[in-house]
Design a protein around this ligand. Structure first.
Ligand code: PMP
Ligand code: GLN
Length: 379
């Protein structure tokens, strides 16, 4: 058959998790915690199912959950959302990203993405008949070169897609970055899609510069987050999109026919848990910073060079002192011979830069980290 997505194969996350199983490797590849969500959240989910919340949820998400999101956004980012019009609960951030692109971008238009870019962006753009315009982030800081963005904007540019904290590098955008972005999109038809799934995971006392803190940008942005990252339950696949009423209305036209609504019991559970544990996401930076620091200390004696990690739950490592080969080859060797699964960066690029970097996930228990570090330090 004639394929619509000739460049798309199986995502690297599934490929590496499968290889990890086959080779009994410690899996630091696909990004997910190997520990459980809070007991209170799991109890709330069970209760929701036992109390009959098992039929369709409201299309935009339950009112109770949207109210919790309103409170959180007001508290953290100082923006007052309208609970009825501005929030749509989705089946993971993945659905929100797809729906946002499908709702806004037309055939023949362009979307600016920054490489390395999370792998679900480009296929969603291509399926609209649009084109992803790739701008490489600077190495090793993984910062945006705003002059390159100014140069890349054309009359066809319909969307700029940003991601902070960034997967895979952990880089975070600053308030100055958002000012640069605002100046570029001012007086254009460009919509900003801001992937903020790691919004609560920033380190060393820094604050997350959400687009929602920036009133001018927030008026033309769709901001996406994921409960999977925040509450250690990536398998529940619940996320949300925040946008002003007119943009949300367009977003919802796609959402209602893509999935209509999202897993109802989980929405009940998140609303209840957020109301009674408002400190959970406030404690997340310290929780993951302890993991980051522990993981870095374990790898310090290894031959891997550790890049800085300002946010997110991934550690980039330079392996060039161990073997001089491309990252796809090295990650295959590492899972087969070294007993550790990692994610190469090449699949996140339009044209691979030839860096010798791998991504390791440290959202892991002490035992998993110890087992991985023991193997990595032997190389
Ligand atoms: N965006 C980024 C940057 C991610 O890392 C992920 C998941 N790892 C997603 C989106 C998708 O989130 P979800 O699992 O909620 O669909
Ligand atoms: N977002 C996760 C990661 O970056 C993977 C999600 C998936 O497997 N699709 O590892």
């Amino acid at each position: 058959i004639e394929t619509k997505l000739p460049k798309v194969g199986t995502t690297i996350f599934s490929v590496m998790s499968q290889l990890a199983l086959e080779h009994k490797a410690v899996n630091l590849g696909q990004g997910f915690p190997d520990f459980e969500p809070p007991q209170g959240l799991r109890d709330a989910l069970t209760r929701a199912m036992n109390e009959g919340r098992n039929q369709y949820a409201p299309m935009h998400g339950t009112a109770a959950l949207r109210e919790q999101i309103v409170s959180k956004v007001a508290q953290l980012y100082g923006r007052k959302l309208n609970v009825d019009t501005d929030i749509t609960v989705t089946s993971g951030a993945t659905e929100a990203i797809f729906a946002a692109i499908a709702a806004v971008v037309r055939a023949g238009e362009e979307v600016i993405v920054f490489d390395p870019a999370y792998d679900c962006y480009e296929p969603a753009i291509e399926l609209q008949g649009a084109r992803a315009v790739h701008i490489p982030l600077t190495v090793p800081a993984f910062a945006i070169d705003w002059q390159r963005v100014r140069d890349a904007v054309t009359p066809k540019t319909r969307m700029i897609l940003i991601n902070s904290p960034h997967n895979p590098s952990g880089a975070v955008l600053s308030a100055a970055d958002l000012e640069e972005l605002a100046a570029i999109v001012r007086d254009t038809k460009i919509v900003v899609l801001s992937d903020e799934v790691y919004e609560h995971i920033v380190y060393d006392g820094a604050q997350h510069e959400s687009v929602l803190r920036h009133p001018e940008l927030a008026e033309r942005s769709i901001v996406v987050s994921s409960f999977g990252k925040t509450y250690h339950c990536t398998g529940w696949k619940v996320g949300y999109a925040v946008a002003p009423a007119a943009l949300s209305a367009e977003f919802r036209k796609v959402h209602q026919y893509l999935t209509f609504c999202t897993f109802h019991p989980a929405q009940v559970a998140f609303a209840e848990f957020m109301a009674s544990n408002p400190e959970h996401y406030l404690e997340l930076p310290a929780f993951y910073q302890a993991k980051r620091d522990r993981f870095r200390a374990l790898l310090a004696p290894s031959r891997f060079k550790l890049l800085d990690v300002p946010g997110g739950y991934f550690q980039l490592v330079d392996y060039s002192a161990i073997r001089d080969e491309d990252d796809l080859t090295f990650s295959k060797w590492l899972v087969e011979q070294g007993g550790v699964a990692a994610i190469p960066l090449t699949p996140f690029y339009e044209s691979a830069p030839g860096t010798r970097l791998l991504r390791l996930c440290f959202a892991k228990s002490d035992a998993t980290m110890d087992a991985a570090a023991e193997r990595l330090c032997r190389l």
